[in-house]
Design a protein around this ligand. Sequence first.
Ligand SMILES: O=C([O-])CC(=O)C(=O)O
Ligand SMILES: [Mg+2]
Length: 589
Amino acid sequence: MESTMKELRGGESVLEPKSNVGGGVEDVYGEDRATEDQLITPWAFSVASGSSLLRDPRYNKGLAFSESERDAHYLRGLLPPAVLSQQLQEKKLMMNLQQHHLPLQKYMALMDLQERNERLFYKLLIDNVEELLPIVYTPTVGEACQKYGSIFRRPQGLFISLKEKGKILEVLKNWPERSIQVIVVTDGERILGLGDLGCQGMGIPVGKLALYTALGGVRPSACLPVTIDVGTNNEQLLKDEFYIGLRQKRATGQEYDDLLNEFMCAVKQNFGEKVLIQFEDFANHNAFSLLAKYGTTHLVFNDDIQGTAAVVLAGVVAALKILGGILVDHTFLFLGAGEAGTGIAELIALEMSKQAKAPVEETRKKIWLVDSKGLIVSSRKDTLQHFKKPWAHEHEPVKDLLNAVKAIKPTILIGSSGVGRTFTKEVIEAVSSFNERPVIMALSNPTSQSECTAEEAYTWSKGKAIFASGSPFGPVRYNGKDFVPGQANNAYIFPGFGLGLVISGTIRVHDEMLLAAAEGLAGQVTEENIEKGLIYPPFQNIRKISAHIAAKVAAKAYDLGLASRLPRPDNLVKYAESCMYSPLYRNYR
Ligand SMILES: O=C([O-])CC(=O)C(=O)O
Ligand SMILES: [Mg+2]
């Protein structure tokens, strides 16, 4: 009586016309057709009609099933008589969401929707991106991770713990999808600026991948969120009766390395070598080494080091339209010398060196970093971690940020330490005292960890600051004038960056691709944005922005000979757009 998934999928007709630009689209982003691979998963995968269809989030349309679909798929009586359009469902959901006062309640309602009706979830997210991004993503996702155990309903993503040691390949085979294109993986040790949240860090890969689909157009079934649980050092979680992870201290050293290595090898074996693995929210001591170790054997990208770097470089390049000059004319001071700080510093130094045709060892000297012990200077070199050493320039010791600002006189001040409230009134007044328009970026997340608020930046700088922050802030009125802060968050980069890698079939990430992504984003900042002091374009246009970033990244991959999808499409922007997932319902025959 029941049709199989294969029949249903084969019988689907697509509502929106599928463009054929560039050819080869169908097998990357074609219909969600069951491939031969999918049919040999170790468990039954057949039922897709009647109540099972209503419970399958990928195919469920709720009240939007048409009369003929209700007949053909055994849905009569299982739904009330009304037939609603997707648009009307969207209106209803937005109204319902607005009834919730707490962001966490909205988050839970949206996660429920994702589990119930995937296309409607993405339609909502795409059409209301500015309103919903702070819910499914930073800052609310941070709170969700902190409370993940108590709000836990249905598992999302794949959990790989020390218990699965030796069996990771089998665990990957339990995942119902075979053609995975992007994995976001965390070990939960440094979730945003909130620290070690262990297994509860899963909210981050889930949120990042929701953005891969909504902002970058990678289809949901090609996305896999993974959390690697090696324990947690968070005492509070270890004592929490609702904690969902392993109740032990973090494994380190060989035990940690072996588990990660087993995971990396199993991914390649199970999903092939073109799957992108995005490392997210690892602690500094693992983030740099994982990137270095797997950068030559896998398609890997660290969002916190490389994604944040590209987004900040793009903002700085756009800010130059207001400040004037080229990159080397500016002096940078960072508070924070971890993944984000040193990642951004290195990418800026690289771009400076290309622009000025000077060695990168020279351009690095325009960039200064402050960590918890003060300004990073050459006399500290012997005691510094390796990733800080390139930034240890000749200077007498300076003990804190305020004195470093006074000594270095930066034109651009960047906070990336994960510690909130560190851009004090004195710091902002000091940087504003010798700059007509100081650029101030408070990158740490979530909002509670931001180095300062938008209001503080504008007020303390007396309206001079060009301000951007990692977490969103609303517009500020100061002295009768409206100031709109930009959001310097890697969400601008990773969805388009990943899309560019996927559509070109790239096998390795190269620094030049990060520069290309930054250029793609900066190119989307309009004169109108700049006039308002905005150094990032509004998120509203993010799909178009992502297509431009993807095109730049793919072009670079082709130029470098790292792209495997041939022939190279003529118009990469159009090609990227044609590859993007559409959340519109399909008709089922
Ligand atoms: O998730 C975000 O909002 C940005 C990010 O990668 C981080 O803060 O670790
Ligand atoms: Mg992150």
